[in-house]
Design a protein around this ligand. Sequence first.
Ligand SMILES: *Cc1c(COP(=O)(O)O)cnc(C)c1O
Length: 400
Amino acid sequence: MIWYPYQQMKTMKAPYEIIDAEDVYLYTENQKLIDSVSSWWSVIHGYKHPALTEAIKSQADRFSHVMLGGLTHEPVRKLAEKLQEWLPGDLDYCFFSDSGSVAVEVALKMALQYYVNRGDWKRTKVLSLTHAYHGDTFKAMEVGDDEDYHFILEAYGEKKDVIHIPTRIDALEEAFARCHEELNCFIVEPLLQGAGGMRMYDISFLRRARELCDQYGVLLVFDEVATGFGRTGNRFVADLVLPDILVLGKALTGGYIGHAATIANRKVYEGFYGDDPEKALMHGPTFMGNALACSVALKSIELFQEGDYLSRIRRIEEITKREMAGLEHEQIREVRVMGGCVCVEVKDGAALQGYQQFAYERGVFSRPFLNYLYAMVPYVIGEEELVQVLGVMKEWFVRG
Ligand SMILES: *Cc1c(COP(=O)(O)O)cnc(C)c1O
């Protein structure tokens, strides 16, 4: 029996059975669907991409996995070198893990231990955003601000170690003035808060955050699990404002195999470096640096670089803005577009009831949540297919 995610199993409607997938399409027995969700925002090159499939096959012919404890191999070394060269600034030190949530846990542990290693035991708190989403493991839930997880608060009592602020500069300055001595880091989903409702905010907030972090010696952590690899229209938001720790996941492997990375800058790395074994980073997921995942991630980055993906994403943004211009309806609160993400926020989530089946019948897979109807398409999508995805979204509102 499969226990499905985020579902009341008693009332859940049967999931669509996928029998094949290619390019931007998912195939059921009797329908062909454009995947407007990119399998939780990860399948940026589309399905069954020959080069990605080949990267996995040829590595599988050698070995699929060996642990990184006491062993190493070419795919993990090459991926670390590639990221070091490709990522901005001195984000050079890659710690691999098997999922975004774990990579966030590693980042938060890194930030805390960075100060403990310096003998500073007072910096136990984390600053984060309201409506933040950083994953489903316990510390990730705690720094997150998802209403569905607020049972944690009730079961645990007050969240003493996490302070949430909205994306306003006055709130940011106030939090730093009040709590900077206790903060080890400020963790954000930069520019685009995904699972918290596709909320978009201005770069000036992050610029000010960088200044305050520098002024008060607080580490800045960018959780780019969702925003990384072009989703906001920037390669990484870290290209605009440089964090101390960067977390990547989802699209890292082109959506082929779960893998993630927590990448530290030199300052953070040096906080652990020395002769004292107690200052080592105590973490080591069994499947970190998996050879299949690293091989396909390397190929995925190559495709991103060689395929001029930033122009493609700009094109997706232009078409989306053009198609969604003027969409108004009494049920719609706001339409937001940033890079390869579009969100129609409705006033009442009930207005989206039945949308998934409506879209299915029109050849689109969609998965709205709460008040948010959104699309995050694979970057390889053609104009006609994108217009179809957006057309179905508009049709839902204009039909009555
Ligand atoms: C999806 C997501 C995560 C969690 O990644 P998993 O691989 O599902 O554990 C963390 N942070 C952000 C911003 C995400 O969108």
